[in-house]
Design a protein around this ligand. Structure first.
Ligand code: PBG
Length: 324
């Protein structure tokens, strides 16, 4: 009897052979580490729903950036958590706002660190929405004006990349125009082009104190059930001048990452969001999963799906594991 079948196991026999035929590689250059900066001093306070993630005041930021740089991570994304919030998110575009000061400090102390500014209003508005609110409606065009001011003030502070996350229509066109007018034609836009209205942002909203005070974000963020809409969003943002596209969240949207990678020739970013982080942390703390293996598998999966870059709260751990 002659059986005929393929011997796939030939290429799995040893660690060395497996390494030779490995198709996907996670590299430290792929990682972007998010930071939460707060006002005050001497603050390094762990976010309760995100173990290992801290609120940092500016005087504690330097040591954090030193650690990140020592691990070989080249890019950070800064989120500001201001003391004062108002209806129009004034602190988002204030020259002395917490994010503007954080960006200036990082660039002054370590100019080679790529500083990406998240451009949104929800951390700065009293109602917690990402735009201007009137009669409980989030208005599109009036919000654009404030987002442009925010982006320009972040670029003035020294941000290397502007990453608008607010999901107003036309935000890339408006911000590109505003940056160009202000002389920042070389500052790229990393658009949160495909951002779903996701329950996985829960822990971030604790960290950034940015939960909407009424309603939800479903009139501006995307319906998790939709795929073709992701193509429309990506097309608009490319037409408007985006330099990077992002898909967010990552884990429940691997198909979208692959689809976008196949269709559009821009660098693609996956955001491994707060809820994805907290679930792993909680299970690991209970001894139910092996954190390192699970995290490496998740992030390798995101790269295999087509992500070129990954924004992740695990960046420091991953950099350590990659160096081992
Ligand atoms: C701001 C913003 C959010 C996240 C990144 N930028 C929150 C939201 O849209 O509610 C979430 C990131 C995360 O969950 O890790 N709009």
């Amino acid at each position: 009897m002659s059986l005929s079948f393929d011997r796939h196991r030939r290429l799995r026999q040893t660690a060395a052979i497996r390494a030779m035929v490995r198709e996907t590689h996670l590299r430290v250059d792929d990682l972007i580490y998010p930071l939460f900066v707060v006002e005050g001093s001497g603050i390094r306070r762990e976010v309760p729903s995100m173990p290992g993630v801290y609120h940092l005041s500016l005087d504690r930021l330097t040591e954090e950036i030193d650690e990140i740089a020592k691990l070989g991570i080249r890019a950070v994304m800064v989120f500001g958590v201001p003391d004062e919030k108002d209806e129009v998110g004034s602190q988002a575009y204030c020259e002395t706002g917490i994010v503007q000061r954080a960006i200036r400090q990082i660039k002054a102390e370590r100019s080679e660190m790529v500083v990406i500014a998240d451009t949104c209003l929800c951390e700065y508005t009293s109602h917690g929405h990402c735009g201007v609110v009137e009669n409980e409606q989030v208005l599109n065009d009036p919000s654009l004006e404030l987002l442009v001011k925010t982006a320009v003030s972040q670029a003035q502070a020294g941000a290397d990349i502007i990453a608008p996350s607010n999901m107003m229509d036309g935000f890339v066109a408006a911000i590109r125009h505003g940056l160009d007018e202000a002389g920042f034609e070389n500052v790229p836009i990393m658009s949160y082009a495909i951002k779903y209205a996701s329950a996985f942002y829960g822990p971030f909203r604790d960290a950034a104190d940015s939960a909407p005070q009424f309603g939800d974000r479903k009139t501006y963020q995307m319906d998790p059930a939709n795929r073709l809409e992701a193509f429309r969003e990506a097309e608009s943002d490319i037409k408007e001048g985006a330099d990077f596209l992002m898909v967010k969240p990552a884990l429940a949207y691997m198909d979208i990452i692959r689809d976008i990678k196949n269709r559009f020739p821009l660098p693609l970013v996956a955001y491994n969001v707060s809820g994805e982080y907290s679930m792993v942390k909680a299970a690991a703390q209970n001894g139910w999963i092996d954190e390192k293996s699970v995290v490496m598998e998740m992030l390798t999966g995101m790269k295999r799906a087509g992500a070129d870059l990954i924004i992740t709260y695990f960046a420091k751990d991953v950099a350590r594991w990659l160096a081992e």
